[in-house]
Design a protein around this ligand. Structure first.
Ligand code: ADP
Ligand code: MG
Length: 259
């Protein structure tokens, strides 16, 4: 079977701004993601994490190299990839339910079937009773839960998340991590999750890919063999802390280069 995501020799050079030098965001990157893997991509700010994810999403094009999803070359955005960004990107004029069903409506799915799927996700993300609220009536954490539900409702092959909890307070962030894990433990969708938070990368991932400072390349690729279901208490256990030390050392080396 082909890999869920196959990144081959992907390089991205941005033209220089106002006559400046071009910026090499990614040096050739090769990465193969298996179906049902939860891969966290960890790296310092500016190392090209968002660029890599945007290329997989089909929102940007590599200068060289290519990406295939389930054996099909990526040439633009598609329903096989669901994306969630750090900034809240719900449609502000649509309710929670309308946001979640947006892609299903586009596909022409009948209303009764849409209602059923929306009700399922509203339950999963703990927002029963908020179906008819507008995004501005929700907290940041609630909005991101809706964004995740909106992406999942389309049943994408791959879920792409770019620091989705980056703007949330620590407490809310922890709860959101557990919610995302609950969903993943139930349906094991293939996930690519970008973060610069080491603890988050370990807690969520079945595998963690560490990127170097810009120009981004893969510096380490580490299996996270912690058992599932995962509980926040694991963050204080020895296996977790060993991984945290190891990844902290990898990241410190890189962070030193950019400060
Ligand atoms: P990260 O998500 O890891 O913080 P990015 O992928 O956003 O990093 O950016 C990597 C590098 O590429 C940065 O130096 C950034 O300034 C540059 N960059 C990103 N997008 C563009 C763009 N559209 N035009 C020019 N430079 C860009
Ligand atoms: Mg980014």
């Amino acid at each position: 079977m082909s890999a869920a995501v196959d990144i081959k020799g992907v390089q991205r050079i941005f033209p220089g701004q106002r006559g400046g030098d071009p910026v090499t965001a990614l040096t050739p990157i090769d990465m193969h993601v298996k179906e049902n893997d939860f891969v966290t991509i960890l790296g310092p700010s500016g190392c090209g994490k968002s660029t890599l994810l945007r290329i997989v999403a089909g929102l940007d094009e590599p200068t060289q190299g290519s990406v295939a999803v389930r054996g099909r070359q990526v040439t633009g955005p598609g329903a096989d990839r669901g994306m969630v960004f750090q900034s809240y990107t719900l449609f502000p004029w649509l309710t929670v339910a309308q946001n979640i069903e947006f892609g299903l409506r586009e596909k022409g799915m009948p209303a009764a079937q849409r209602r059923e799927i929306v009700a399922g996700y509203v339950g999963k993300i703990g927002l029963k009773g908020f179906e008819h609220h507008l995004p501005k009536q929700l907290s940041g954490g609630m909005q991101q839960r809706v964004a995740i539900a909106r992406a999942l409702a389309n049943d994408p092959a791959i879920l792409l998340l770019d620091e989705p909890f980056g703007a949330l307070d620590h407490q809310t962030r922890g709860l959101m991590q557990e919610l995302l894990l609950d969903i993943w433990e139930a349906d094991r969708k293939t996930v690519l999750f970008v973060t610069h938070d080491i603890e988050e990368a370990i807690f969520l991932g079945s595998r963690c890919v560490v990127m170097s400072a810009r120009p981004g390349r893969i510096k380490a690729d580490i299996a996270i063999p912690l058992p599932h279901p995962r509980h926040y208490r694991m963050k204080a256990e020895a296996d977790f802390l060993d991984l945290k030390v190891r990844l902290t050392e990898e990241i410190r080396e890189e962070a030193m280069k950019v400060t």
